[in-house]
Write a protein that binds this ligand. Structure first.
Ligand SMILES: NC(=O)c1ccc[n+]([C@@H]2O[C@H](COP(=O)([O-])OP(=O)(O)OC[C@H]3O[C@@H](n4cnc5c(N)ncnc54)[C@H](O)[C@@H]3O)[C@@H](O)[C@H]2O)c1
Length: 255
């Protein structure tokens, strides 16, 4: 059976772990060549090895999405490896605990922590978008998915910077979709609920029971369940879908 992404090239940021790694593997399973990019080169290389072990083709790229020149070089490296860029998954992100802001209410969040989180989660997506769109324009189109979150749709106590960053990603996605629809570039967001990845390990250990009590499906999602949505959104089957913020959250934001 033909793959949904046969003959396409796909770039993934945050590909060294969790949702990014699962999506890199799903892209390859559907026939795409994969550029796996991450701040941690070894983790990206491990993902590339996993893709190749499953019969796919991948390159690993080191990138810090807070560095515009590095993001430009990442896109160029993907294009050099595969001759173009058809799909991009802008997924690299960090949680409040990674900027020492876990559990802090607005007045307690240090300006540096706010800045750092927004720089990765929101401005990082914008940097990726600008270089990807510039490339896709030259090829006549493409499909981009940004990782937002249910925190891009509703508020979460003690997570102001994260929530602001993810609401920003949803707004940026909608505007990018409108800006580039005529150029045949589709831009969508995926909004995961609580997913089993290294990012949520600590939170779930501390308050997993309380969180799961709010999820209609009463469980966490798996990274592979996000990957399926991303694959479809990047595929030609989603040819009329742009500017969408698609929840994959076991019903969390529905109630
Ligand atoms: N896990 C969840 O429950 C959940 C829910 C909603 C949204 N998300 C979002 O999904 C995305 C992936 O999260 P995950 O759960 O797979 O987390 P993760 O921590 O497992 O993976 C994140 C990856 O991003 C990379 N990264 C971090 N900063 C970077 C930078 N500056 N440049 C390049 N790469 C960088 C990390 O090295 C890591 O490999 C994030 O944007 C996160 O906010 C996660």
């Amino acid at each position: 059976m033909p793959g949904l992404l046969d003959g396409k090239s796909a770039l993934v940021t945050g590909a060294g772990s969790g949702i990014g790694r699962a999506t890199a593997l799903a892209f390859a399973r559907e026939g795409a060549w994969v550029a796996a990019a991450d701040l941690k080169l070894e983790a990206a290389q491990e993902t590339a090895r996993m893709v190749e072990a499953a019969g796919g083709q991948a390159v690993a790229i080191e990138v810090d999405v807070t560095d515009d020149a590095a993001v430009a070089a990442m896109v160029q490296a993907a294009v050099k490896a595969f001759g173009g860029l058809d799909c991009a998954f802008n997924n690299a992100g960090i949680a409040p605990y990674q900027v020492n802001a876990a559990g802090q209410k607005i007045a307690d969040v240090a300006p540096e922590a706010w800045q750092q989180l927004l720089d990765v989660n929101l401005t990082g997506v914008w940097r990726c978008l600008r270089h990807e769109v510039a490339q896709m324009r030259t090829q006549g189109g493409g499909a981009i998915v940004n990782t937002a979150s249910v925190a891009g749709l509703v508020g979460l106590p003690s997570s102001s910077a994260y929530v602001a960053s993810k609401h920003g990603v949803v707004g940026l996605t909608r505007t990018a979709a409108a800006d580039h629809a005529e150029e045949n570039i589709r831009v969508n967001a995926v909004c995961p609920g609580y997913i089993e990845t290294p990012m949520t390990e600590d939170t779930m250990r501390r308050k997993g029971e309380r969180i799961l009590a709010r999820v209609p499906m009463a469980r966490m999602g798996r990274p592979e369940e996000i990957a399926e949505a991303v694959v479809w959104l990047c595929s030609d089957r989603a040819s009329f879908v742009t500017g969408a913020a698609w929840t994959v959250d076991g019903g969390y934001s529905a109630v």
